[in-house]
Design a protein around this ligand. Structure first.
Ligand code: SF4
Length: 168
């Protein structure tokens, strides 16, 4: 018998607005949950899965070493990886800080204590590891998220249409 795909949601530096879009899918989400097994989703459950993920879905950008290691670990354990939301796809709003020298960012935020909180440039998930699927947007457009998710679960390629906005 075919096994139900194990799907995990993760979040890095972000406002979690894209997760909210997923949570607000309502009936479509319930329908989807009948076809997948959600093994991690911090917003809605406390359980952790220590096995392999069929599909890992990451929201948020990479802004420190801990996040970088987390992304590498998720990639190691995932058959397929999706980044969703502008923060994860291209750094999003967190990437604005890359326009200013990192030391200056630290000073602006932490004043004289900036040395205790070293600032790293913001990176997208795809800057760290290979990503199989992306869903751009800030926040994501839920119908597009569902289309990409269904493509991933079916093992099909998903090409972002030419008219999409906010891809880069
Ligand atoms: Fe929030 Fe926009 Fe980032 Fe989604 S892409 S987590 S809505 S800031």
């Amino acid at each position: 018998m075919k096994q139900t795909p194990k799907v995990a949601f993760f979040d890095l530096a972000c406002c979690e607005g894209c997760q909210l879009q997923v949570a607000n899918l309502g009936e479509e989400l319930l329908d989807l949950l009948g076809h997948i097994e959600v093994v991690e989703f911090r917003e809605i459950m406390s359980e952790k899965w220590d096995g392999e993920y069929d599909l890992a879905i990451i929201e948020g950008s990479v802004t420190n070493e801990e996040a970088e290691e987390k992304v590498r670990e998720i990639r190691r354990r995932s058959k397929m990886l999706m980044s969703y939301g502008a923060c994860a796809v291209n750094g999003g709003i967190n990437g604005i800080k890359n326009k200013t020298p990192m030391e200056e960012n630290g000073r602006i935020v932490y004043g004289d204590r900036f040395k205790d909180y070293p600032s790293m440039p913001t990176r997208a998930v795809g800057d760290i590891v290979e990503v199989d699927y992306i869903v751009p947007g800030c926040p994501i457009y839920p119908p597009e998220f569902l289309k990409v998710l269904k493509s991933a679960l079916a093992g099909l390629e998903y090409i972002i249409p030419d008219h999409a906005v906010c891809v880069e």
